[in-house]
Design a protein around this ligand. Sequence first.
Ligand code: CTP
Length: 411
Amino acid sequence: MNIVLGITGGIAAYKAPDLVRRLRERGAEIQIVMTASAEEFVTGTALQAVSGKPIRSNLWDKEAEAAMSHIELARWADVVLIAPATAEVMARIVSGAAPDLLTTICLATEAPIALAPAMNHVMWNNPATQANRAVLEERGIHIVGPGIGSQACGEEGAGRMLEPDAIAATVFNLTGGKGQGLLEGRKVVVTAGPTREAIDPVRYITNRSSGKMGYGIASAAAAQGADVVLISGPVNLPEPPGLEIIRVESAKDMFVATHEAIRGADIFIAAAAVADYRPSAIANQKIKKHDESMTLQLTRCPDILASVAALDAAPFTIGFAAETEKLAEYARGKLEKKKLDMIVANRVGQDCGFDRDDNAATVLWNGGERSFPTSSKVELARNLIELAAEHFYAVRGPETQPRLSIISNND
Ligand code: CTP
């Protein structure tokens, strides 16, 4: 797939080299087109090194135009992706103004255009930007993101550029080409987040899971070309693009949704922090306080992971073990007891595990283990998916593996 990658002048431009690598991992050829303001944030030298092609930035560069004119470049592209896309470039595309090479290509191309907006949340929510977004979408331009979260300016809100992996996965899905991901043609079901077990109409039992690990895993699997169904408990995270998401509340709902989704699945990853117990009865009305103490009768919730692993046609099944002590011992116990193919053990408690952006993990399987040091959950998810794919093909037969041309993660 030929991708013209437009980079405009936002702080998220620092993620552009990573985005180029994620796109190339999937087999894309990249021609970078930078705007003048992008050069304030990231150097052409770095981008040329990762893309393997001289950068284009100037509409009036006679030599570059002679080699491939802007019209030829617009025709060469199977997709034009602008990431990060500033409010300014969105406005220019809406107006049809084409003062530079990138916006000229946007006018001249017949290929799909995708924009990954990145800007301060007030700028994103400004009625002018929102009106531009609506016009762009009406014209069939794909708006990828933005994500919600902490911003470079120190504020919180919608406007963060999505992670490079998620953008790459979306772009490949948009154009129907899934590239050469490790899990191309595979169905992966992932559970994520906490569950809520109702006590009465206003109260429930839950836990500290943020869903970040499960969402990261689902995105990483989609980025490797898998068809992903993400079954999510209540979380406060943006919807990852390029996958199907089913929202549930309780462990029971998650059990039902998982067994519906699991048909035809190759891999099941249970990253959700499912409640082990639920109130035996849900009060119809708000429970009133009377005595100094009260007792809540709890009933065991169905174990989703064990029930999937016990299916006749069980997919390659991966569980998680969140432990505060005896990590490897407890995790190996769960691996054996629940008859899993793999288990991801991670420490939880103060300063680690739940509701954080980073994590460390040890993955165990029958006859081996591998540890991953602390890294971002996005990075860890990518490593876990690569390891899972490797073991999946080892167990299910290497002849099922797609032919790959992957750029090593360590290059
Ligand atoms: N799990 C599940 N359904 C449940 C409970 C857990 O699918 N009802 C999955 C989780 O998604 C995770 C793994 O099982 O992959 C965790 O195993 P579990 O034995 O439930 O861990 P804990 O709840 O931490 O168990 P314990 O309290 O016994 O340590």
